[in-house]
Design a protein around this ligand. Structure first.
Ligand SMILES: [Fe+2]
Length: 367
């Protein structure tokens, strides 16, 4: 028996913050960061929540156990009715982990988590995952639990209009990678396919516009929806080795996750398609969304080429060496990176069972 779980209510569109009105006057624990606190949408969130809001702004990129511990202490002191996470993946993940800690202590907010994403990328507003960095070892620890799922996601495009172009580009290519990897994942099913196909279509139609005209609310809405839909798909069926390799590289070199995915994705498409007829068929189907009527071979080639073209149009270079990764440092690190990618939780859902040598070959191809 298979299960496909969609447990988050999604409110979307430029008026979606009105969904917060039901908490007006209740005790609210609002998690965000220092920069987002200066944005106009933050003020609107605060006004909607009413007068009993405890704000925690101590979240930084790649949140660590220490800052999350501080947040948990504030959370427990506030005894909130609801937790509101207003931010990108780091803020949402931190709020989710704080809430889980409160749940484990039997002191959680009864209305759960409301997630308001400020980037179209990680999709943490609907996933059952969070990543916490152990400050002592610098190791990123993924946590998976149904307790980490937000009860309500508010997809207001106004929350993303201020995102800088390079972040729009990187996180948008992350969305594309989520959708493509979920589409060929071993456990892909009709439900994940529908979400992934639509997400791919939306990214190709709207990412470039978001990159060049960040204030286009219509394009921003579609990318925000694509991010959420791709996350619904991968939360249920998993990802693949593009993510495994990006996780390994990201632990070693300070390059944005989405940028690494954008560089690696076409190589992984070509690798998987060449070794697995079922994956080839799946990529061909996705490719035909972009080039209707193409043969299987042409559709797969077109899909990889279209991913490369889109990355280039949003300012992402085609090679790791052009993304601030020193070529000799990368060469030296390849065995370690390949081993880390092999052990990554995203490797088992990949349609091709890989070896460390395969993963090392992909890193060399993308270098
Ligand atoms: Fe990702």
């Amino acid at each position: 028996m298979r299960e496909f779980r969609l447990s988050t209510v999604v409110r979307l569109g430029p008026q979606a913050l009105a969904a917060l009105d039901r908490f007006a006057g209740e005790s609210v624990f609002l998690v965000t960061d220092e920069f987002l606190k200066t944005t106009p949408v933050y003020q609107r969130v605060l006004e909607r929540c009413g007068g009993r809001v405890t704000v925690f702004t101590g979240v930084h990129p790649n949140p660590g156990t220490k800052e999350i511990g501080l947040g948990v202490a504030e959370y427990l002191k506030a005894t909130p009715k609801v937790v509101v996470a207003y931010g990108g993946g780091s803020v949402m993940d931190a709020a989710k982990v704080m809430h889980k800690a409160a749940l484990d202590a039997g002191l959680a907010a009864p209305e759960g988590i409301v997630a308001i994403p400020t980037t179209s990328g990680p999709g943490s507003e609907v996933t059952s995952f969070a990543v916490v960095t152990d400050e002592r070892t610098h190791v990123k620890v993924p946590i998976a639990s149904p307790d980490l799922v937000a009860r309500l996601a508010i997809l207001d495009p106004n929350a993303v209009v201020g995102a800088p172009a390079h972040i729009t580009a990187d996180s948008g290519m992350d969305v594309l990678t989520h959708a493509v990897e979920a589409y060929v994942a071993r456990d892909a099913c009709d439900f994940s396919d529908a979400l992934a196909e639509k997400a791919v279509e939306l990214v190709f139609a709207h990412l470039h516009r978001c990159f060049t005209h960040g204030d286009d609310l219509d394009a921003r809405s579609h990318m925000h929806n694509a991010s959420c839909m791709a996350a619904m798909a991968f939360d249920n069926v998993g990802l693949g080795i593009t993510h495994s390799l990006a996780h390994a590289l990201g632990g070693h070199f300070p390059v944005a996750h989405g940028r690494l995915n954008a560089i690696l994705l076409p190589h992984v498409i070509e690798f998987n398609a060449a070794r697995c007829p079922a994956a080839n068929d799946r990529y061909a189907r996705l490719g035909r969304l972009l080039s209707p009527g193409a043969s299987d071979k042409a559709a797969v080639l077109n899909l990889a080429a279209a991913c490369r073209r889109l990355a280039k149009r949003v300012g992402i270079p085609p090679r790791l060496a052009e993304a601030n990764i020193d070529a000799s440092e990368l060469r030296a690190a390849i065995p370690e990176l390949a081993a880390a990618a092999l052990a990554d939780g995203c490797t088992p859902p990949n349609p091709v069972q890989v070896t460390a040598a395969d993963l090392a070959g992909l890193l060399k191809a993308a270098a």
